[in-house]
Design a protein around this ligand. Structure first.
Ligand code: PGA
Length: 247
C-alpha cells in the first residue's frame, strides 16, 4: 500500500507573518507523521517555506509551473526556479487554473511533462463540474483530462500524483461521499493500469472540502491515497488532524 500524501493548497492566501505562525504551529505538533505531508504555497513564499521547512517532515511545493523552459514569458515561473527553492511538488491543472486562466488539457499535460523532466513531482488535478456530473459525464471528463497527461508523459505516468477534485466540492463545504470519490478513483486507477505496469505506485488524492471530520472515511477507501486540502490547510490543528487521519 502507498504511504498516503496529505498536501495543503494555500491558494492565494497568506503573508510572511501569517505563514510563519501557521507553519510553526504545524511543526510544533506534527511529530513523526505516518503520511507524507506537503504545503503548496504562492510562489513568493517558497523561499520562506524552504527556510522554515528544511529538515522537517513537511515538504513544499508550488501551485503552478510554466510549460516553458525559460525566456520571454512574463510572469511565469519555471521548473528550474522552483527547484532553486527546494520544491518537491507542483500542482498542475487545478480547476481554478482551468476555469479562470483558460488552461486546456494540453497545456496542463505540457506543464506536467515539464515538471517531471525537471525533477519535480506534478500533482495533476482532474475533476468534473456540477453540470458535467449531472449530465452523467464525470468519467468522460476525468478520463479525458488524465488521458492528455498520459499521452504527454508516456510510461513516466507512474511518477506523477493525481488529485481528483470534483469542482462542485471545492471550497463549497459539499464533499463527495467516500463512495462517490472511490468510484471515480477506481476509474482513474483502471486508466493508469492501461498505461503503466505500476498503477498502484501512483497516488490518487481526493480534494474538495476535505476536513478533520470527513478525512478518515475518505482516506479509508481503497483507491484514495491521500488528500489535497484547501481551506483546512490554513488552520494548523485542522490540517494536522487530517494528517493523523491518514495513519
Ligand atoms: P478545499 O479546496 O479543500 O477548500 O475545498 C481544495 C482544493 O481546491 O485543492
Amino acid at each position: 500500500m502507498n504511504r498516503k500524501l496529505i498536501a495543503g493548497n494555500w491558494k492565494m492566501n497568506g503573508s510572511l507573518a501569517a505563514n510563519d505562525a501557521l507553519v510553526k504551529a504545524m511543526l510544533a505538533d506534527i511529530g513523526v507523521p505516518a503520511a507524507d505531508v506537503a504545503l503548496c504555497a504562492p510562489a513568493p513564499y517558497l523561499a520562506q517555506l524552504q527556510s522554515l521547512l528544511t529538515g522537517s517532515p513537511i515538504a513544499w511545493g508550488a501551485q503552478d509551473v510554466s510549460a516553458h523552459d525559460k525566456g520571454a514569458y512574463t510572469g511565469e515561473v519555471s521548473v528550474d526556479m522552483l527547484k532553486d527553492f527546494g520544491c518537491r511538488y507542483c500542482l498542475v491543472g487545478h480547476s481554478e487554473r482551468r476555469q479562470y486562466h483558460g488552461e486546456t488539457d494540453e497545456l496542463v499535460a505540457a506543464k506536467a511533462q515539464r515538471a517531471l523532466a525537471g525533477g519535480i513531482t506534478p500533482v495533476v488535478c482532474v475533476g468534473e463540474t456540477l453540470a458535467e456530473r449531472e449530465s452523467g459525464d464525470t468519467e468522460l471528463v476525468v478520463r479525458r483530462q488524465l488521458a492528455a497527461v498520459i499521452h504527454a508523459v508516456g510510461h513516466c505516468i507512474s511518477e506523477i500524483v493525481v488529485a481528483y477534485e470534483p469542482v462542485w466540492a471545492i471550497g463549497t463545504g459539499r464533499t463527495a461521499t467516500p463512495e462517490q470519490a472511490q468510484q471515480v478513483h477506481a476509474v482513474l486507477r483502471a486508466q493508469l493500469a492501461a498505461a503503466t505496469t505500476h498503477p498502484k505506485r501512483v497516488r490518487i488524492l481526493y480534494g474538495g472540502s476535505m476536513n478533520a471530520a470527513n478525512a478518515a472515511s475518505l482516506l479509508a477507501q481503497p483507491d484514495i491515497d491521500g488528500g489535497l486540502i484547501g481551506g483546512a490547510s490554513l488552520k494548523a490543528a485542522d490540517f494536522l488532524q487530517i494528517v493523523a487521519a491518514a495513519a
